[in-house]
Write a protein that binds this ligand. Structure first.
Ligand SMILES: O=C1O[C@H](COP(=O)(O)O)[C@@H](O)[C@H](O)[C@H]1O
Length: 264
């Protein structure tokens, strides 16, 4: 199926989660190496979640892994669980175990969000403000995304997962984060999915990315996918509000795509 819910949106459906993860890893390696060939370096925003981490594991084991020059890649996160640095729930910890500890990234170009036992202590608002400043500083050195409402880099590829209730990054339905229009990063409390306290990019930051890729698998996501592709309100279904400046690509398995309406 290949639907076009917005001008440059594409839906790609794979038979199952294993094929989805392997094909998305190949797509990611090809895209990042092409961006590096064109611009010299590339930037990637990582997601947590089952499919996002499975993609990183597939990148790690790919024979084409070194098509990307890992030392010329800036790495950011779209959201983080605000827990101690060594907590297994941390998106950074999972991404490092899946990929980043196994490739020669330049640590000065890897930009994790703070942990709850880090420099800002147990203050998620201070941690969010600090990450906004990290993004603003990167934007000042590499160029702010044109037309962006917030000062963030023009991310080349931004990966997102989604929850069955419609959250993406850590923007949950009907929350202040879903209405945020000025900040690039916010603290999120009382999340319905644990852990309850998180940090998240906002819609203006997500929409500064050139390409947004929405990755998900399984029938538990099918209703949210179908509603988003049908044009749901992003406040009540945040994943409907995630889009890239150039492209928005939905990368799904059959079960997650099962309720979506193809346009051709
Ligand atoms: O908590 C989170 O969940 C979502 C989706 O995860 P999944 O395991 O249901 O696919 C993820 O996108 C987000 O980054 C993460 O913090």
């Amino acid at each position: 199926m290949n639907t076009t819910p917005g001008t440059d949106s594409t839906v790609v459906v794979h038979p199952d989660q294993d094929v989805l993860a392997a094909a998305t890893a190949a797509r990611l390696l090809a895209t990042l190496s092409e961006v590096q060939a064109r611009k010299g370096s590339a930037s990637l925003v990582l997601t947590g979640g089952g499919t996002g981490i499975a993609v990183l594991e597939q990148v790690r084991s790919s024979p084409a892994r070194d098509a990307v020059d890992w030392s010329r890649l800036d790495v950011y996160w779209g959201d983080e669980r605000f827990v101690p640095a060594d907590d297994d729930e941390r998106n950074e910890k999972q991404a490092r175990a899946a990929l980043l500890d196994h490739v020669p990234v330049d640590e000065s170009r890897v930009h994790p969000m703070a942990a709850s036992d880090g420099a800002f202590g147990d203050d998620p608002d201070a941690a969010a403000a600090a990450y906004a400043e990290v993004l603003a500083a990167s934007a000042r050195s590499t160029g702010t995304a044109s037309g962006s409402a917030v000062e963030v880099p023009s991310f080349d590829v931004l990966l997102l997962g989604l929850g069955g209730e419609g959250h993406t990054a850590s923007i949950f339905p009907d929350t202040p984060a879903a209405r945020e229009g000025r900040a690039s990063v916010v603290a999120v409390r009382d999340c319905p999915k644990p852990p309850p306290t998180r940090l998240s990019l906002t819609f203006p930051a997500i929409r500064a990315a050139q390409e947004v890729w929405l990755l998900t698998a399984g029938e538990a996501k099918a209703d949210a996918v179908a509603l988003a592709l049908a044009g749901a309100d992003p406040v009540s279904l945040p994943v409907a509000g995630a889009r890239g400046k150039q492209r928005t690509v939905w990368l799904l398995d059959k079960a997650a795509a099962a309720k979506a309406q193809p346009t051709h």
